[in-house]
Design a protein around this ligand. Structure first.
Ligand code: C6P
Length: 386
């Protein structure tokens, strides 16, 4: 069997249709869209199509802004630092609320802002690795400027109650940002139904290219740019437009929305098949209730087996998984999500994340189940602590 890729929360295969759509912009239609000659102007219609696809995919209003960025890390930095410059620095408000399981590009930016004098509330997650709207309500004060809560967690796949939190923030006059990187293409993201003010995404998480992302900004909201420079994006995000990336991201968004029903049925069926089989191994813990998770993710802790060792066995058999965020893969720290849900030290290094995509097949799932089960038996047999 060829290699099996079950690390789709780290990044995804670009859809072949996306690849084909991007190719002309590398060599044939390579003009800078801000140039006045035909090389520049000929790409305008394609950029408009791509942007329309993004607006439609998010069900955004024409009056809302969607800024193209280089990735979700940039989008998240733009929101948090923009709000800091616009509202917090020297203003009447000085408080941000976030959660203990945000991606490092939110968590570390918040920490940086705390070093600049911002008061930070980091809400812990409950045993389901989730944060309730009530917890946010209790943390709000008259000085809160922004709440930043992810739509879905990258390690566990747990969905946060963003609709409820967004409505609460709207009622209280507090800005609400959500990192929706792991929600796009997995569950519907409808920005007319959910009143978020800012939303971040990265194209490579939904079968688009790397190096391009977006930031949704609700109509009328002012946000200082992170990147100053030329007049691209109306001066709100400077830098020559990544035309191939934008075209690829637009099509990837359209395809992601077209495949939502497939994700909810077929990807979910395969994830559940895998999860049920892994639960039968015994003495394992799956984090987050199944009905509260995106359809493609299972995060499982296997008692007595180091996540790294299991990952190594899987990799030898050609199966790609992870112990958590790709960007923390070199850390020797206990998994932050397992720590956050209060797993004891015996479980702290045992987590494995398996994340499927619409390209995952049943044969791959069955091979993974068999390999995973055999690897656990082997590793438990040689474990001093099991
Ligand atoms: N998470 C993971 O293995 P960038 O790298 O900027 O495209 O995306 C950052 C990012 C932001 N928010 C969430 C919720 C994410 O999951 C990620 C990327 C990968 O979980 C790589 S660290």
């Amino acid at each position: 069997m060829e290699r099996i890729y079950l690390d789709n929360n780290a990044t995804t295969l670009a859809d072949p249709k996306v690849k084909a759509a991007m190719e002309p912009y590398l060599c044939d239609r390579y003009g800078n869209p801000n140039s006045l000659h035909s090389f520049g102007t000929e790409v305008h219609p394609d950029l408009r199509t791509a942007m329309n696809r993004l607006y439609r995919g998010l069900n955004a209003d024409d009056e809302d802004d969607i800024l193209v960025t280089s990735c979700a890390t940039e989008s998240n930095n733009t929101v948090l630092k923009g709000v800091f410059f616009d509202l917090l620095r020297g203003g009447e408000k000085d408080h941000i609320i976030t959660t203990s399981v945000e991606h490092p590009c939110v968590a570390n930016t918040c920490r940086f802002l705390a070093g600049q004098g911002v008061k930070l509330t980091v809400l812990p997650v409950d045993k389901d690795a989730c944060v309730s709207a009530d917890a946010v309500r209790e943390a709000l004060t008259d000085r809160t400027a922004l709440v930043s809560v992810m739509w879905a967690n990258n390690e566990t796949g747990v969905l946060f109650p963003v609709a409820e939190i967004a409505r609460l923030c709207r009622e209280r006059g507090v800005l609400f940002h959500t990192d929706a990187v792991q929600a796009i293409g997995k569950v519907p993201v409808d920005l007319r139904a959910v009143p978020v003010d800012f939303l971040s995404l990265s194209a490579h998480k939904f079968h688009g290219p790397k190096g391009v992302g977006a930031l949704f900004v609700r109509r009328g909201l002012k946000l200082s740019p992170l990147l100053h420079g030329g007049e691209q994006m109306g001066g709100r995000r400077a830098g020559t437009l990544n035309v191939a990336g934008i075209v690829g991201m637009g099509l990837a968004m359209e395809l992601a929305v077209d495949h939502l029903a497939f994700e909810d049925t077929e990807v979910r069926r395969l994830r559940d098949r895998l999860e049920d089989a892994l639960l039968r191994i015994g003495d394992v813990l799956v984090v987050g209730r199944r009905e509260l998770r995106v359809p493609n993710t299972v995060f499982i802790s296997v008692r007595g087996v180091e996540g790294e060792a299991l990952l190594w066995d899987l990799n030898k058999a050609g199966i790609a998984a992870s112990t958590g965020s790709a960007c923390a893969s070199e850390s020797l720290e206990a998994n932050p999500v397992l720590k956050a849900i209060g797993a004891g030290p015996e479980l702290a290094h045992t987590g494995i994340r398996l994340s499927l995509s619409r390209f995952t097949t049943e044969a791959e799932i069955d091979f993974t189940t068999k390999t995973f089960t055999e690897a656990v038996a082997r590793l438990r047999a040689i474990s001093a602590s099991y």
